[in-house]
Design a protein around this ligand. Sequence first.
Ligand SMILES: [Fe+2]
Ligand SMILES: [Fe+2]
Length: 284
Amino acid sequence: MTAPAVPWDRAGAAYDFRGDAFDLNKPGDRELVRFVLSQALYGEATGVYCGKSLYAASTLEAARFYVRQARQELNHLELFADIFRTLEMEPMPAHWVIKLLSAHNNYYPLKVLMEHAIGEGMVLDIFKDVLMQTLPDSDPRVPEIKKKLAVVCREEEEHVAWGEKETRRLLAAQPWLRHPYYGLLLLQLAVAPVVVRAFAGRAKGHPVLQHLGGFVAFVESRVRAQGRELGFVPERDPGVIVRWACMLAGALLFVRSQFARSRSVLEHSYLRELGFGGGSSPAP
Ligand SMILES: [Fe+2]
Ligand SMILES: [Fe+2]
């Protein structure tokens, strides 16, 4: 399916809200911002999953990345808490879809694709596009908030880049992964819009919510382009049977991933990793 045309910015890398913003003095708008920020806060709290990723890291590079990411995500958690306090808002529990999409996966090939490349990629869409554009600069509290968000966005870009780098490496070593990867991307794209469905009825006439359809289409289009660039989304959409087969392969791999055990590797590979020539091969 081809996504409808959406108003991209010059670089085609961000959705353009055309200056439409929330009014932080209106109770309805404050509730919407509170909802978005609450999902972000939960997502940042899942940064503690980096502990499991560090435990299972098979290379020194991966271990270094997860130590750094853990520090950054915990910092993001506190930055979002500061934003809640600045706006005098109380967080609400996360939506079930956010909990599902941000769940930890012990199976490394799915972790790097679903958590980092696609998951944190979508998170970045929300932070960079929705929050940075739709929080009103006219509100005196917003410039400080945007400074914090700029730090978060820069670091989330690093996390996405790591996921993309590892996804490329795994696809080169195990090309069969492209079929379940494609299926999982289709499944993620089917589930993610459920989060915004609750607001669809209020979209008409609201300056920000009227962009909902366009923004969802933009994210879908961007994620598909990302998958094409990574080499697992075909240039042309395959027929429905192939798509269903890929989704089945993705679902089966996901089920298999639920039985993957987290095990440490670095104590076997550390000699080679440190350049001493010893140690066994790391598991993917
Ligand atoms: Fe984060
Ligand atoms: Fe992140």
